[in-house]
Design a protein around this ligand. Structure first.
Ligand SMILES: [Zn+2]
Length: 283
């Protein structure tokens, strides 16, 4: 689920001071941040005594992400930083039911906009904590919860720390925040109301000319690239490149269009190495 860009309030001075005091732990350090992709993992709803659990859940998200295409191709050239965000209380808001409130560092909670599985947070606070890492190219905020959910903001992805689907959800949500991809699922009986969307994987053109060079090619999620009606959460008036990619179903891979967008976004931050190696490229 994708969350549109919002007007941002600056973090308060108290929030900035709390963020500045947070420890940053390298889960993986592959090289200097100006020539590597920097993934920053935050936690919310973990108290000071739960930092070990945060570390374990952050590592498990990275393990799953780093074995999924196209992240796997770049895994040795990505820095992964864990920011130990300490919350006053354990857990997140509206978990397991609406109305439950907890005092946490990033204000994370379910039932965002009334939607149970949508896990929102304070984007300015998350950015203040992420800025403690040596570099920031993507942010994953892990919530201390086992409830199913997540969200893709323009600058970050949220995910449940303890849900069995959470690794796949993180990969989907990073499709939004890193690849700039749209959802490819839809709600029945809805019609897309707008003009040509900016995302690379949806179009109002039923011929699929937006991804013309891929039409007819077989795609890792099954079938061939074409123009399939339904996407961006609308059933009609908008088309997606394949029947059932990761931007529609969590257990599927990205389609060719999603792969290309992710590949470009990740690869453009990495220089001085050939993909898949950690050696210096020859000058
Ligand atoms: Zn989504």
């Amino acid at each position: 689920m994708k969350i549109p860009r919002q007007a941002e309030a600056a973090p308060s001075r108290a929030d900035e001071q709390a963020a500045a005091a947070a420890d940053v732990i390298p889960i993986q350090n592959s090289g200097p941040s100006d020539s590597r992709f920097d993934m920053v993992i935050l936690g919310d709803g973990y108290t000071a005594s739960e930092m070990g659990l945060l570390r374990q859940q952050a590592q498990s998200k990275w393990d799953e992400l780093s074995t999924t295409a196209p992240w796997d191709k770049y895994r040795q050239n990505i820095n992964v930083w864990l920011v130990n965000v300490v919350s006053n209380q354990s857990g997140v808001d509206n978990d397991p039911t609406e109305g439950v409130s907890r005092d946490t560092a990033l204000d994370m909670g379910f039932f965002c906009g009334g939607l149970e599985r949508l896990l929102c947070l304070s984007e300015p606070k998350a950015q203040a904590y992420a800025a403690q890492a040596p570099g920031v190219d993507a942010i994953v905020a892990v919530g201390h919860t086992s409830k199913y959910g997540g969200a893709g903001y323009p600058s970050l992805a949220t995910v449940s720390g303890g849900n069995e689907h959470s690794g796949r959800i993180a990969i989907h949500e990073l499709g939004h925040s890193v690849g700039g991809l749209a959802d490819e699922y839809f709600t029945p009986d809805t019609t897309y109301p707008g003009g040509e969307p900016g995302e690379p994987n949806v179009t109002t053109d039923p011929s699929g000319s937006k991804w013309a060079s891929y039409l007819g090619q077989s795609t890792p999620d099954g079938g061939t690239i074409g123009a399939y009606e339904g996407g961006s959460q609308y059933e009609r008036g908008i088309y997606r490149p394949s029947q059932d990619s990761l931007m529609r179903s969590l257990d599927k891979p990205f389609n060719l269009i999603g792969l290309a967008a992710m590949d470009q976004a990740i690869g453009s931050k990495i220089s001085g190495v050939a993909p898949g190696t950690s050696e210096q490229a020859p000058r």
